[in-house]
Design a protein around this ligand. Sequence first.
Ligand SMILES: *Cc1c(COP(=O)(O)O)cnc(C)c1O
Length: 215
Amino acid sequence: MSIAENILRFRESIPPHVTLVAVSKTKPVADLMEAYEAGQRIFGENKIQEMTEKWEEMPKDIQWHMIGHVQTNKVKFMAPFVSLVHAVDRIKLLKEINKQALANNRVIDVLIQVKIAREDSKFGMAVEDVAALFQSNELDNYPNVNVVGLMGMATFTDDQRQVQAEFELLEGLFLRFRESANLTILSSGMSGDYKLAIDNGSTMIRVGSSIFGAR
Ligand SMILES: *Cc1c(COP(=O)(O)O)cnc(C)c1O
């Protein structure tokens, strides 16, 4: 199936309250434009330089989401235009996003990445640390950052029960702080596990290979 057909297929198959982020990392602008022509306006990238190059080249009504791990010293390059940063996993990064958002006269929306996978390779804050952050007044120190939700990545495994348990953990944390911390976005689910993620409260799925093909 073509990229355009895949976009339309996802549109029809996911519930209306779930937002589709088309993960276009490593793909050429021509592929992104095919998705754009099919109506897609939200794209996810995992490298700041690549996202910036695509932002410069492509239509300006696109919302660019940084879904990957962010190096503190590169925040300044995306601060003028990034629409949502998914993987904030340390206070030092919040501080730098706040600083660069202020320099650009913006308030930047971010998600806190929660470590839900058992694998060591996945980034994210421990569940207890996220809870402590929301129970503290720490976020008041960063008025140019707006924490709008949580993001998580499940373990890459065929064991559906494990993936289910990890998404449940994430949803539990989301529901616990949704009202007090004003959270509206739960970013979870990729090509292989988005259905399970949606069953467990996801409001934003990040889909790459099922739209653009293998990388
Ligand atoms: C690459 C990536 C995705 C998309 O993965 P697919 O399996 O290609 O759908 C989602 N989230 C993050 C953080 C990624 O790096």
